[in-house]
Each structure stands twice: as C-alpha cells, then as structure tokens.
Design a protein around this ligand. Structure first.
Ligand code: GN1
Ligand code: MG
Length: 367
C-alpha cells in the first residue's frame, strides 16, 4: 500500500463531496493507483473513494476520466430503462472536483479523482461456482450494455494495453537492457516464455485477418475488481480505467486467470496454483448466456485460448517489470515480480492441461 504521506486536509476539499471528512484510510490492493476511503459525517452522507492516479501509467487523465463518465452514464441510463433498483450500487458514480473537472491536481504534482463509495459490498477471495455464474452473466451484460455507447469509440487510455506483440517487444527490450542485472537468474523462465511467442499472437493474427472484432472491453477483469452484495450476488464492476476497445477474449481470460485460480496471483506455494474447472464451467455458462447474442463463432471457440493468452501476457508483464528493476507494479518484497511470474506460469501449465476439456465444454454450450 501507499507509503507516502499526503495532505488529505488539502486534497479532500478539492472535491464536491457531501458532509464533512472525518477519516481517510487506504483501500483495496491495486497495483497501480493509490486508493483511499474517505469517511464522512453526519450519518447518512455518502462515503467516498479517493484515488491518486498513477500518471506515468495513465498519461492522458482527461481522456480516461471522460471515458469513465461516458461509460457510467450510459450504464446508468440502461439500468434506469430496465427499471433496475439500487442503481447507485450497480455502477460507479463519479464525484467531480469543485471546479467541475473530473479530476484535480494537488499542486504537488499529484492528480486525484473521486467516486462514491458503494456501501455494504465485498470482494471475493473465494469465488464459488454460483458467484462465478452470476459474474459471467453480469460481464456479458456489461459488454452488451456498452455495445451501443454513443459518441464514437472510446479512446485507448493505455495504447496497446493488451497487444501481445507490444508486450513481447517490451520484454525483449528489457532483456536487452538488463538494467537491474537480473537476466542471468531468469534464463529458464525466459526460455519457457519465448518458446511460446508465436502461438500467443493468435488474437492479433485473427484480428488482422478480419476474423476477430474489437469491442468495448474492461481489460482488467480480475476478481478484485468486482463488487458483490452481502449474499454473494454480483453488484458491479469497478476500476474502469482500462475500459477501451479490445478482444472479448481478454476479459474472459483475465477472470479465469484470477478467479478460477486455486491459488493467488503471486502465490509463494506453486503447489496451490491451478485451474478450478468448476469455476471455469460456471463462469462460461453465465457469460455465454448473456453474450451469445453478439459473440461470433470465432470468439466463442477461442475463449479457452483467452485464458491461456491472459495468463501468459501477465507472466510476460511481470517478468518485464522484474528485469526493469520493478518500476511498474507495486511490490511488497524483493523478487515479488519474479514470484508473480512463476505463479502465472504455473497457472498457464494447468490451463494447458485442461485446454481440451475447456474447449469441449464451450462447444457443449454452443446451441
Ligand atoms: C494492474 O492496479 P490493478 O491491480 O487494478 C494492471 C493490470 C494487471 C493487474 C495484475 C493499468 O491492475 O493490467 O492485470 O495489475 N493494471 C494496469 O494484478 O497495468
Ligand atoms: Mg486496474
């Protein structure tokens, strides 16, 4: 978590919040931005989520905030049309700065934004088949709701974010530079990764040949980015920073990579890491139920590949950052990015073993 000291007495009043701030505490475990919960008084006024945006990762904050406002306004309108209840808990509510902007500078180089805190929610460290099914349904629905977003395509907040050839190029550059002198210790892992470069470019190949479309996708569907109600039912997806045009395979795959992992993303015990087929089946069933109306046969049959692709891409990104001296992801201990890489590769091997079974299951859903 953030170790910096921020002057919240100065930062919080930049935003148009209700009530009086009584407490600011670190929130969540994101690897990029610094996130805080702002508690207010009196009882009945909303609490807030305050974030310091990592501007070396998100270089175009106005574009990102504009995207988020467009996405949340559109989803809110759709939910209203459907007569949904509890709309304030089913999508994020952006809180503007007092000057009307969607973010605020603190005068010390920091860039901040705020949303309403959604009360009485939990994130799921232990996903059950039931919650995976509901999450799959909700995710298909999220993509469907955004399919007619007005105002033209969303801008890319991070260009080439899930572009595999770009990520591999970054790895090759990091290997060449070896700035932290760590290359000699990772030769075995690097060889394993590089031996699979070609097969992992399949999505971009299909796209180039006009066979795989880009749609609006979330691009960070890890399970930590989903809020559930007290009873385990899915409420909403958060962290919309990277919602932009991409392949549905990314979103499907990133959920499987994280939620269907019997271990943690950075597990120190690789014996715990592996694919949970029950979670895979439940999520796939829910996802296809709401997404089959728009998914093409090529998208459908490549969903299991999406799980391989995203797990592999995460291994590539963690190893790149390890070689670069840990400059991108927050780390909790020396070698954390290397452990993350190893855990992703263990997950990938487990997905590989189940690939045939996964493909059969997706086929069986394809009515
Ligand atoms: C980062 O900050 P967080 O935890 O939401 C990363 C994702 C990775 C994820 C791995 C902008 O997301 O792409 O999948 O870590 N976000 C960015 O846990 O790079
Ligand atoms: Mg994120």
């Amino acid at each position: 978590m953030a170790t910096h000291c921020y002057d919240f007495g100065k930062i919080v009043p930049l935003f148009a919040l209700e009530g009086e701030c009584v407490c600011v505490q670190p929130l969540g475990n994101g690897l990029i931005n610094d996130t805080f919960k702002v508690t207010t008084m009196p009882e009945g006024t909303p609490d807030y989520v305050l974030q310091r945006i990592n501007t070396s990762v998100f270089r175009d904050v106005p574009l990102m905030q504009d995207n988020i406002l467009r996405i949340t306004s559109h989803i809110r309108a759709k939910l209203q049309e459907r007569g949904a209840d509890d709309i304030g808990r089913r999508t994020l509510t952006v809180v503007p700065a007092r000057d009307g902007a969607l973010f605020a500078g603190d005068g010390d180089g920091g860039c901040w934004r705020m949303t309403e805190f959604i009360p009485r929610t939990k994130t799921l460290s232990e996903v059950t088949p039931e919650s995976a099914y509901l999450t799959g349904k909700a995710f298909g629905d999220f993509q469907k709701m955004l399919s007619d977003l007005p105002g033209g395509p969303l801008g890319a907040t991070i260009p080439d974010f899930h572009n595999m050839s770009f990520r591999l190029r970054q790895l090759h550059d990091a290997v060449e530079r070896d700035v932290a002198g760590r290359l000699s210790g990772v030769r075995d892992i690097l060889d394993e990764i590089l031996s699979r470069e070609g097969e992992m470019l399949r999505a971009e190949d299909l796209h180039r040949r006009g066979l795989l479309p880009k749609r609006i996708t979330h691009c960070d569907t890890k399970v930590d980015n989903m809020l559930f109600d007290g009873d385990g039912s899915f409420l909403c997806v958060i962290d919309l920073d990277t919602t932009m045009p991409g392949f549905v395979l990314s979103d499907f795959g990133d959920f499987i990579r994280t939620a269907a992992n019997t271990g943690a993303e950075d597990d120190r015990d690789l014996g715990r890491v592996g694919l949970d087929m029950d979670i895979f089946r439940s999520f796939s069933k829910g996802y296809i139920e709401s997404a089959e109306a728009f998914l093409t046969p090529v998208e459908m049959e490549n969903l299991p590949f999406g799980a391989q692709m995203m797990t592999y891409m995460q291994a590539v990104r963690f190893l790149t950052d390890y070689l670069d001296g840990d400059s991108y992801y927050k780390t909790a201990y020396p070698g954390h990015n290397l452990q993350r890489t190893r855990a992703q590769l263990a997950m990938l091997r487990s997905i590989d073993m189940h690939l045939g079974e996964m493909e059969e299951f997706i086929k069986s859903l394809n009515r």
